[in-house]
Ligand binder design. Sequence first.
Ligand code: PM9
Length: 463
Amino acid sequence: MTHTRPVRRSWAEPYKIKMVERLKMTTQEQRTKAMQDAGYNTFLLHSEDVYIDLLTDSGTSAMSDYQWAGMMMGDESYSGSQNFYNLEANIQKYYGYKHIIPTHQGRGAEHFLSRICIKPGDYVPGNMYFTTTRLHQELAGGTFVDIIVDEAHDPNNLDPFKGNVDIRKLDDLITRVGADKIPYVSVAATVNMAGGQPISMQNMREVHALCQKHGIKIMLDATRAVENAYFIQQREEGYSTTPVADILKEFCSYTDGCTMSGKKDLLVNIGGFLAINDDTIYEEARNLVVVYEGMHTYGGLAGRDMEAMARGIEEAVQDDHIRARVGQVEYLGDLLTSWGVPIVLPVGGHAVYLNAKTFLPHLTQDQFPAQTLAAELYMNSGVRSMERGIVSAGRDAKTGNHHYPKLELVRLTIPRRVYTQAHMDVTAESVLDVFERRDEIRGLEMIYEPKYLRFFQARFRQL
Ligand code: PM9
């Protein structure tokens, strides 16, 4: 018998599995009941009723033996923990910022940055909103202004950098409101609500040049900036042989500071930080952190959590790690695309986003197509996903009306180093199953709506 060699060589994860966690299989009946009890909101399910959990990549990654070993080196002194200095050194080395303030997670850092820099009546331009980021900007009295390129709002546009800032939109805003009304430009890399889309180095340079001209700061949401750096390496001219770590450092050098949720790129279950070059902002944040989080050398984290994050940074920037991480997301996206399932293209860094408007064209946006689809997918197979559409977008802070985002999406978010390719196959097959009987699916009506970040706790019933 003769064997033909495959045309290309397969790749595999750059790790092997040392410990496993059992998954519970459920029946269709159990899942239907669980979904009803959860008010058709996947956030309100008990995780023990979930088979493959693609709700989020936030805090759900598997830590390495190197990180777990670091946990045992936790210095739990009230102040001056060695783990803080290790974290500070790695942030300075890999991200390049001068000062750091640890926080319990990303929104802790967003709280300080918004509170310190934004005055009532200010405008905060950004490359698409993110839920917690915009809320903190609004609570500080600011108005968020979307300055992302138009391509980002089109799920089928194949532009490789759909996270880019539209320089003309930013320039127009500066002319309209004046630079003194803009405390900083909020740049996210990658852009979560656009489908995990990256921003190019060239665009970042242009934003930097314009902001320099007007004396406006740039604050990066660095939550998934390593994934962004990987896309620059893969897609942008001149970077194909540059290590991801070097791309990350150059990218951050065009910004004045960052907020970070370490629960994503940095492979930890909890943790975040604010990093900043400006001494005055640092002084204020260093003072505020003792009011809301804890001493400036722990910021709501245990010493062991800071050590895990310090070590997570070192692992996150390894080229082979990030290639496998994004590769797994692309595998799932390519499979669904090949079966004709409508998703956001190009496939993003941390998730595959189902295009619920095209998936369920018979539902109006007021019938919550993405919320509906996430519930249906769970009832079909126990795969848990997240709504990223009208429910997540919330209401306009001034008028109280729903925001109606162009993108009505369901996010299949892949935790890092947790699931196998077989889990991706099972997920894709479940999506296909729901897709094939999409005409029978009814929408939802909202019966409970909390005031802030409603997507976390809202409840629905089937129409
Ligand atoms: N992102 C996510 O699932 C957590 C739940 S949804 C609020 O995608 C960005 C780009 C994020 C993010 C959280 C935060 C907040 C800031 N920026 O959750 O507070 O994706 O650590 O970070 C979630 P924390």
